[in-house]
Write a protein that binds this ligand. Structure first.
Ligand code: BG6
Length: 485
């Protein structure tokens, strides 16, 4: 077991009530994540009580957890670590009611001196408030924090009502609304990049930046998630959550300190300055074949793709368009932020030199766990005359030799919630504001346009960004970390 420096983990042992413990997210991310946090020594001590509708016993739950680690853990599972972890698992079926849950938590707490509770609600939206009620009835609110999964409502009214109901049980500082994009290492690196370097912050504004793209195409289809997706769609699933949160980090003013409250405050100011999303600035798409999938309405109007233009009407960003795009079954899986710089005031390069031929010079962040960055610029092609080519400076996380230290997004966020650190979580105010700016679009969504699976979306995406162009697909691939291309 690797020992982690003191101070990184929470002060007290943790009792985790994992509601939705046998579900997809829990098996893919939460159980493997908590296993890694425990075995790597990030959490001093931790017991996990699985809760779900499944009527299984603790051995049944251990078998599910073991299966999840074997299938989804990205690291090798050592038998000794598993044996220890398995001893700390317990299980209560929903059907057993609040008393059984309270008793299980008491048993877990008896093993520790002083401890704290973390309730992780990994449940569909309609099950979140019933789970909160269960926790209240079991009297588990004290000394606890609650981690909630999106979607936080489906529009402004439902988000306000959800927050009000939550606040009847939990205080805002106990609530951790998770947006796993903010737990991704490169998202935090945006802050380091902007705020630790004198070179970039001065040009981070409308005087130097022409437009920004936040582009997250996915090759994935919906698998077994069509029922969830039919009530969500790409805008609610990805934009109002992940893409807007990334935009908040990218666009915020420097906070007064790197503390949770100043950072949330600056992010919320960006959201307050956002102009409402107008339907004419949005392209909604649906891949052909979606309506034939199991669980999908044959006349479904749900979008599996969305591209939009939004604006932040403040001193830093007035007039700079932000183009956002995401969708399922697209040509490539990528997660990038691309910042295009303004062109120089005058071009003295001869016609045909190639200047500007490959778009403006730009900075790109790849938000993959093994993140990359590139700064692309025009430079002279060797030889006679003046021919210009687009060149790039690139950095890959692999270059640091520390890629093994990257915590997966969920690991990082679970650890932060256990430590009570809200920096990478979203607030009720921020979420309500994002629903508010979404209202014109939600009230009058433009019709969905079909696109072929494996494409980049409906054709009208090009008009949306004109006279600019989408950065993806890349003209040149990232250089591989080992050299070559
Ligand atoms: C989830 C969405 O929140 O994020 C999914 O519900 C999406 O539809 C996923 O595929 C993408 O996350 P990641 O970390 O795989 O980029």
């Amino acid at each position: 077991m690797k020992k982690i420096a003191a101070g990184v983990g929470p002060r007290y042992p943790q009792v985790v009530v994992l509601v939705g413990a046998t579900g997809d997210l829990s098996r893919r991310k939460l159980l493997p994540g908590m296993f890694h946090l425990s075995t790597a020594g990030f959490i001093p001590a931790c017991r996990i009580i699985g809760v779900s509708l499944d009527e299984i016993d603790v051995d049944g739950f251990r078998a599910i957890a073991r299966g999840a680690l074997d299938q989804f853990s990205t690291r090798k599972v050592e038998e000794a670590d598993w044996t220890q972890f398995a001893q700390n698992l317990d299980y209560v079926s929903m059907a057993d009611g609040p008393e059984a849950l309270a008793a299980a938590v008491r048993r877990a707490e008896e093993a520790f001196g002083e401890s704290r509770r973390v309730h992780y609600l990994s449940v569909p939206p309609n099950a979140a408030l019933p789970a909160v009620r269960l926790l209240a009835e079991a009297d588990l609110v004290e000394r606890s924090r609650v981690i909630m999964e999106k979607p936080f409502g489906v529009d402004l009214a439902s988000a306000v009502s959800l927050n009000a109901r939550l606040h009847e049980v939990f205080a805002e500082e106990q609530i951790f609304r998770i947006d796993h994009f903010l737990g991704k290492e490169p998202a935090q690196n945006i802050l380091a990049f902007r705020l630790a370097n004198g070179l970039f912050e001065p040009i981070w504004n409308r005087n130097f930046i022409d437009h920004v793209q936040i582009d997250v195409p996915e090759t994935l289809g919906l698998g077994r998630r069509s029922a969830f997706y039919e009530s969500t769609g790409a805008y609610r699933d990805m934009v109002v959550t992940h893409l807007f949160q990334i935009l908040g980090f990218m666009a915020m003013e420097p906070p007064t300190s790197l503390e949770p409250v100043p950072i949330s405050e600056e992010k919320n100011k960006v959201f307050r300055s956002m102009l409402p999303i107008e339907p004419r600035d949005v392209v909604r798409g649906q891949y052909t074949g979606y309506r034939q999938e199991e669980g999908v309405d044959p006349e479904s109007d749900v979008e599996t793709f969305i591209a939009l233009k939004c604006s932040i009407d403040n001193w830093r960003w007035a007039g700079v368009p932000f183009f956002l795009r995401t969708g399922k079954r697209l040509a490539e899986g990528q997660r990038i932020i691309s910042i295009a710089f303004r062109e120089p005031p005058k071009s003295m390069f001869p016609v045909g030199s190639g200047v500007g031929a490959q778009g403006p010079d730009h900075l790109t962040f790849d938000l993959a766990d093994a993140s990359k960055m590139s700064l692309s610029f025009y430079g002279k092609r060797p030889g006679p005359g003046m021919r210009l080519d687009k060149l790039s400076l690139q950095f890959a996380m692999h270059d640091t030799g520390l890629i093994g230290d990257v915590l997966e997004a969920y690991e990082r966020l679970i650890l932060d919630a256990m430590r009570g650190d809200h920096t990478l979580f979203t607030t009720a105010e921020g979420i309500e504001r994002l629903w508010q700016v979404s209202t014109p679009l939600l009230e009058a969504p433009p019709p969905v346009r079909l696109y072929e699976p494996g494409s980049w979306g409906p054709k009208s995406i090009h008009q949306l960004v004109a006279p600019h162009a989408w950065r993806l697909p890349f003209e040149r691939a990232w250089r591989s970390p080992t050299g070559g291309t």
